[in-house]
Every structure is written in structure tokens, then in C-alpha cells.
Write a protein that binds this ligand. Sequence first.
Ligand code: NIG
Ligand code: FE
Length: 423
Amino acid sequence: MKKRTLIGPITQVLTLDHLSLKGALQDDQLEISHQAGILIEGGKIHSVGSWERLCRNFPQAEKVELSAEFVAVPGWVDCHTHLCFGGSRAKDFAMRNAGKTYLEIAEAGGGIWDTVTQTRKMSQNQLAQLTAHRANRHLSAGITTLEVKSGYGLSVEEELKMLRAIQQANTLTQTDLIPTCLAAHLAPKDFSGSASDYLYQMAERLFPILKQENLSKRIDAFVEKSAFSPEEIRPYLQKAKDLGFDLTLHADQFSVGGSQVAVAYGARSADHLEASGEVEISLLAQSNTIAVALPGASLGLGMGFPPARKLLDQGGSLAIASDWNPGSAPMGDLLTQASILSTFEKLSTAEVFAGLSFRAAAALGLSDRGKISAGYQADVILFPTADYREILYHQGKLTPTQVWKNGKKTEHGFIPIEPRAQF
Ligand code: NIG
Ligand code: FE
């Protein structure tokens, strides 16, 4: 018989069961199991229910008895990050705050290209160490699955180095890393040819190696005036789609256009959406493309938030991700960002929790996680409180006491922001 572990008694278990993938959610739709146990078998949730009943029915299970009040929620899923990078862009941040715009800084040689230069200087091993370090910081905050993009390499070899580093980092941390190829982040300054030539070359040369080495199943692109236009990106996306890659786009961050392409190509998600208007909102809401809000980028750039409330009210699906990157979103604190977004956009706790769990998992094409329900991965966070509403109320300052990944309690302590001295 497989080993079974029984955790409890837990004051409130928020299973997130029976919540829809799309549309607005009310807090009274949250199913809460009180004084409950979570029974884990083989890394998956076996059952959730009354602690006393589970103790009676499964006397052989190894018990992890809790002696204080806790609320359990599913491990968070951060479906959009760029946390594999070298260097820092503190200079950009200071310049922006002193009045320069993100695009002005990019045009003057800062921005994404600066990080490309610094990332190219690093070895695969150094990048893997940094990525695992940041992923562990996320894990200690309860993020048990996180997407990591390439996109600071911008040549076949350098993109491969990044994706191999992400693959290596995945072996160095307990959290699951889901790699995405973002070779279409920016047309690199050192490529002699048009943006379309660059994309053609990446599709022809890089895509087959991604398949061979199983480095990524997902292709992302930045559709924006400073990056790639809808016309330039279409053939690239078509090629990716033909090869069976999942698609996701950086869309409508500063100007519209990207979300329409995302819907037309059946992308899993359209991310950013700060500039989306009524047309884009209704298009997204009627599609199966998940809207991903990145409040960390709004906070990092001093911009408005995406129209999350309207998207949900019109029936769309909304996930919330950190966008953790050295330029626009250096904080990386997903729960703080989600809580702030909920205050500005008037999101219910159920909508935020859904957006951080099973809806975010769906944006990654994963249906095996994001709920505390039989058959799901046993990814669970225990917060030291008796009332689930305390979690967003503390705006990220209430931190997990225990984080469980695949049925195992993870080890984490204080993780400093960056081990910069090593590099
Ligand atoms: O999602 N918008 C484009 N890409 C990132 C920023 C990356 C960077 O500035 O390094 C984003 O905000
Ligand atoms: Fe991003």
C-alpha cells in the first residue's frame, strides 16, 4: 500500500472546488472545509474532509498534527515570470522615477537590451543557480509552480543557454518550473536584417531544437510598437502552432493589437492588457484565451492596472502573475501585487484565489493543480490564521508557515533578495 500522509486539523481548507474557469466569482461560492484534514497519497490529494472522520477511516496514515490555527489554500501558480536573468536594472528604475519613460530608456540603449547584454555574460550554470535561488524565494511564499521565460538571449545559442539553464534550475528546486521560449522579446541590435528576418531565423533554427531537447512547449512574443507588430509576428506564431507549441503573448501593454492576435491564434493566454479597451475586453471575454494581469509591472512602471473587473464581468477568465523581471517588475512578490490589484480593481477574494491557482494553471495548459481536491497534485499552503480573508488583508505580509509540494513538506527559511556577491 502506498504511504499516506494526513495533515490537520486545519481551521479552514479552501478547496476552490466547483469554481468556474471563466467569469466573476463571489466569496459565498467558496467551499470551505472546517476543522478538516487533507489526506495525501503518492503526491496527490486523496481526500479532504472532517479531521475526525479521516483519522478514524485512515488510522495507518502518517499524521502531521497541527497545534495552531491554519488556513489551507492550493499552492499558488505564477504563470508569467522572467526570473532567469543576469544583472540589475536599478539604474532604469531610478531614471524612470526621475521622469524618463520606459520606451525612452529602451530607445536610449537601456531596457531589455541592457539585460540581454548582462545575461549573455553569464554561464548556463550561473544562470541556473540564480534562477533556482529566485524560484526558492517564490516557493517560500507558497508558489509551487512557476513559469520562466527566456528572452534575454536573443540568438539561437543564447536562447538555448537560457532554456537549458531553466531546465537545470528545475532540478535544483522543489517548485515546478515551466519554461517558455520568448526569443521574440525584441529584435536584437546585433542582428543584421529585419525583424521579420530575425523571427524567420529563430523559427527555422531554434524551434526544432526546442522540440529535440524538450526545452519548451510554449512560445511567447512581445507584440508592441517597440518590439514586434501584429503583421511581423503572425508567420512566427503560425509556424509555432504548426509545430504544436502552445502560444502566449505579451499583449496590449502600451498599445492595442496583441490581444486580437492572441485570440485569433488561440493563444492560451494574453498577458498585460493595461491598454485594452472595450473591443479587446469583449473579444477576450468571449474567447478561451485567459487574460493575465501583471500588477507588478503596473507598480514598477507607475501605470494603470488592466481592466480586470470588466474582463470578469463580461465572462472572461483572469489569472494574476508577477511578471518578475529586472526591468518593469523587480519586486516579485505575487501575493502583495495580487492584493493591491484586488483593492484597485474590486476583485473578490474568490476571484483572486482562482487567479492565483487553477485559472493560472489553465493559462499554462495544466489541469492537474490549483485546487485541493481528490486527484489534484498535493500542492498546499498553510497560512497561520483562522480566517481566509486575512491572507489578502495583510497584503503579502502574512507568510506561509508550511508549503507542501507534490505531497512533501518543503524546507525553506529566510531567502535574501540576491546572492549578488557570488557573481
Ligand atoms: O513583461 N514587456 C515586455 N517584457 C517584460 C519586461 C522585460 C524587461 O523590461 O526586462 C514585461 O514587462
Ligand atoms: Fe513579461
